[in-house]
Design a protein around this ligand. Structure first.
Ligand code: AMP
Ligand code: MN
Ligand code: MN
Ligand code: MN
Length: 277
């Protein structure tokens, strides 16, 4: 069975529509796919219909990737197996959508000061859903020739040290975990080794995440060394967290694809061990 429990669609900053994503997942032989868009669940219904209409041999796992703030780090918490109708969840996601919009206006104003005009409208053209992401600004900056590639767009303008960085107003990790639990889901710490933290900090993060009731952490990711996989598996055991795996797929490219992750080692308990799907 192939599980990919982290992926994005045009509902946030992915480039495939939910319909295109599930078709691609079926072609790739994925059996269980979670759509985990940034701060929105609006792509899931279309994906579910596409699976039913085309009779795709694929089970969808409901999901979301919630942006949180922890000691000035932007930490992503994935929620899996969530009830999409849950009131508290939808309320939190609406707040984040609103915060994203206000942040986008502020980013645009900062960009205007360094002679990048009409960035909000520009970014909006790439945002096909209601979520505006820095990834959309990055595409605009590249297309308009302000920078050579996405990486440079973040480095020069959008990352913490960039000209147009605006501190986001995300919720806390506790709020994200609580809302995921209220919606009957499991809370997963996303891509633990991508936060650019020392080992000490990461241990502190995992200690708090576990104390707050966090259920799992991503252990197997795309573009990962075996050392990293082994280290994350050890941490999952140390903090008694279930293990998840996902590609964090945003769009088609040669080195990252749906399902392209190393299988979880036997030492960890997969998050799906007691799922009935
Ligand atoms: P946001 O959630 O709006 O703050 O945007 C963050 C998104 O931008 C992430 O989910 C990534 O998809 C993308 N991103 C962040 N940093 C980089 C980077 N250095 N290079 C490329 N993409 C990035
Ligand atoms: Mn993204
Ligand atoms: Mn993320
Ligand atoms: Mn992601």
């Amino acid at each position: 069975m192939i599980y990919d429990l982290h992926s994005h669609t045009t509902a946030s900053d992915g480039v495939l529509t939910p319909t295109a994503l599930v078709n691609h997942a079926a072609e790739r032989g994925i059996n269980y796919l979670a759509i985990t868009d940034h701060d929105t669940i609006k792509g899931v219904a279309e994906a579910e219909s596409a699976i039913q209409n085309s009779n795709l041999p694929l089970k969808l796992v409901t999901g979301v990737e919630i942006s949180t703030l922890w000691n000035s780090y932007e930490i992503h918490i994935v929620g899996l197996q969530i009830d999409l109708e849950n009131f508290d969840l939808n309320k939190l996601l609406l707040q984040h959508e609103d915060n994203r919009l206000n942040r986008a206006y502020a980013i645009s104003e900062k960009l205007a000061r360094v002679s990048v005009a009409d960035a909000y409208q520009g970014a909006k053209q790439y945002a096909q859903g209601d979520i505006v992401s820095r990834a959309h600004f990055a595409r605009f900056l590249v297309e308009q020739g302000y920078v050579k590639d996405i990486k440079r767009a973040f480095k020069k303008y959008l990352a913490k040290s960039g000209y147009a960085y605006v501190a986001p107003k995300w919720c806390t990790i506790a709020e994200a975990i609580n809302v995921i639990h209220a919606a009957g889901g499991q809370a997963v710490l996303a891509h633990p080794s991508r936060y650019d933290m020392t080992a000490t900090k990461l241990n502190l993060l995992l200690t708090e995440f576990k104390e707050l009731g966090g259920d799992a952490m991503e252990v197997s990711q795309s573009r990962q060394t075996m050392d990293d996989l082994r280290n994350l598996a050890k941490l999952a055991t140390k903090y008694q967290l279930l293990a998840s795996q996902g590609s964090d797929f945003h769009g088609l490219n040669s080195y990252l694809d749906l399902g392209k992750t190393t299988p979880l080692p036997d030492s960890v308990q997969p998050i799906w061990h007691n799922w009935t799907l």
